[in-house]
Design a protein around this ligand. Structure first.
Ligand code: SF4
Length: 212
């Protein structure tokens, strides 16, 4: 005769085995992650990037629940993703890399015209003009864009293998996630001072990223 007791015993045992299995997986992932960051050799980079994206959402939800500022989570997420991707970014030939600057970073008196390829810089003197010239001399394709629709169109047109995006935290985070979806190696630098005009970038950091 069927009794309910053995049924619950089987379910209970299954739950225990599942918990042990998940614990082992979690420990293995933690060890693999620690090893990867220590040696800067990432064994499953795409999986790690996806895990960071998922974890970011969970941790941010937790921060919001306890009414804490969650911007630190984005900051840490971007810096971890940069660590994972910078090696592949640097292994990509420079002429297969693209750089996107936000238009808010240009000089206040910028007279550049907007075209299908973003703002047409005349190199009249602001830091973007100098940086664009230096990066293009190395082989990069460089664009100053007013928004993400330009970025998507330019990626479709030029088909880069790696991208360096400059922008505010929200833009860089969204850009890195877009790169993950498109299977492009993406790294990002966040602005020191964000806003709609006269934003500030740590240019030394920028040159460290683009030079070998
Ligand atoms: S250098 Fe280029 S981006 Fe900067 S102000 Fe001049 S035209 Fe605008």
């Amino acid at each position: 005769m069927f009794t309910i007791q053995p049924f619950f015993t089987i379910i209970g045992e299954a739950v225990v085995y599942l918990a042990i299995f998940l614990f082992i997986i979690a420990v293995a992932v933690a060890l693999l992650t620690a090893y990867s960051f220590k040696t800067e050799r990432f064994i499953f980079p795409d999986f790690m990037l996806l895990s960071i994206t998922v974890l970011e959402s969970l941790v941010k939800a937790l921060f919001r629940l306890v009414r804490m500022d969650d911007s630190i989570v984005d900051n840490v997420g971007i810096s971890l993703k940069n660590k994972i991707s910078i090696r592949k970014f640097r292994e990509t030939p420079m002429n297969r890399r693209m750089i996107f600057f936000p238009q808010c970073l240009r000089g206040a008196t910028c007279k550049s015209n907007l075209s299908q390829e973003g703002l047409q810089c005349t190199n009249c003197g602001c830091e973007i003009g100098k940086a664009k010239k230096s990066a293009e001399a190395l082989g990069y394709k460089v664009f100053i864009v007013p928004g993400s629709s330009f970025i998507k169109r330019l990626i479709r047109k030029h088909k880069p293998e790696a991208i360096l995006g400059v922008g505010c935290m929200t833009e860089v985070k969204a850009g890195l996630e877009m790169c993950e979806r498109l299977n492009i190696r993406g790294v990002g630098i966040t602005l020191e001072k964000a806003g709609c005009v006269s934003t500030v970038l740590d240019w030394d950091k920028f040159y460290e990223f683009i030079e070998e």
